[in-house]
Design a protein around this ligand. Sequence first.
Ligand code: PHE
Length: 347
Amino acid sequence: MKQQLEQIRLQAIAALQEADTPALLEDLRVKFLGKKGELTAVLKLMGKLSPEERPVMGQIANAVRAEIEENLEARKRAVNAAVLEAKLQAESLDVTIPGTSVAMGKEHPMNQVLQEIKDLFVSLGYQIIDGPEIELAEYNFTRLNTEEGHPARDRSDTFYFNDDDSLLLRTQTSPMQIRAMENAKPPICILAPGRVYRKDEADATHSPMFHQIEGLVIDEHITMGNLKSALITLMKSLYGEDAEMRFRPHHFPFTEPSCEMDMQCHKCHGTGEVDGQVCSTCHGEGWIELLGAGMVHPKVLEGCGIDPEKYSGFAFGMGLERMAMGRRKINDLRLIFDNDVRFLNQF
Ligand code: PHE
């Protein structure tokens, strides 16, 4: 029996040394120490020993079990460490390597400026509204006091869809004035940004598609003073307290009186010249026309069922691209539409 125990001890220790996975070690534990294992089998024979021999054998058997257990635990630690090490090697991750950067898009400079303008007018109590780019000539012209035969309706300026010239790509956001007055009773205070289309050649300040922002305020006692105050507030908020602007008398069929507002050219600072050359941004004017505006014509109010004796109002329509040019010091309007990332990344 002593020999048997010694054999089990040697076999177990040798086998444990060989085992290199947790599964193999578990197999060996069952084989040598388990309930049906070899050591247990030997211990079951103890009953047959003499009373003198029993405690001696018992001691040897316990020592063998303890030694195998110790070996098993030591091997488990070594094997687990090796498994972990192998895993770390295989899945090595260097957290100091710079990540693969994902190119992030961002808001277009024109939309950034649009957002600034919207934020300002919302803070002044205006409601932002939206309307169709494919418009009826009735809204784009007729109801804006622009009768048939008026030069503004000319086919050379307007994209019409049909031969009777009744449907077109809106040439201005002003039809939104009519739509706003149709949909609500005064007081009305709206801002309507959107695309407009004209048969213009593209140059530094023109494009056949561009954006306008229409504003309309109708209430009792609205005056030209309110109009100027709104526009001056806008200019100062966008271009700073010392923004240079000027109002010029003008004519629009749907406002009376009418005016235009210019901002000082940001490129030549009003001189019209850059390095002895005519300024290419303002064509030597020193000013860039930003918007048309005026007091809503009584005929337009009446046509929308608003009593011009009781109510008055102002309207303005500004060119968003030109506002953005001044705000972002962009010298050529075409850059806004090119969408060259080298340009866009500057904002
Ligand atoms: N719609 C005019 C234009 O495109 C601008 C304007 C708007 C003028 C509102 C007066 C009032 O030129």
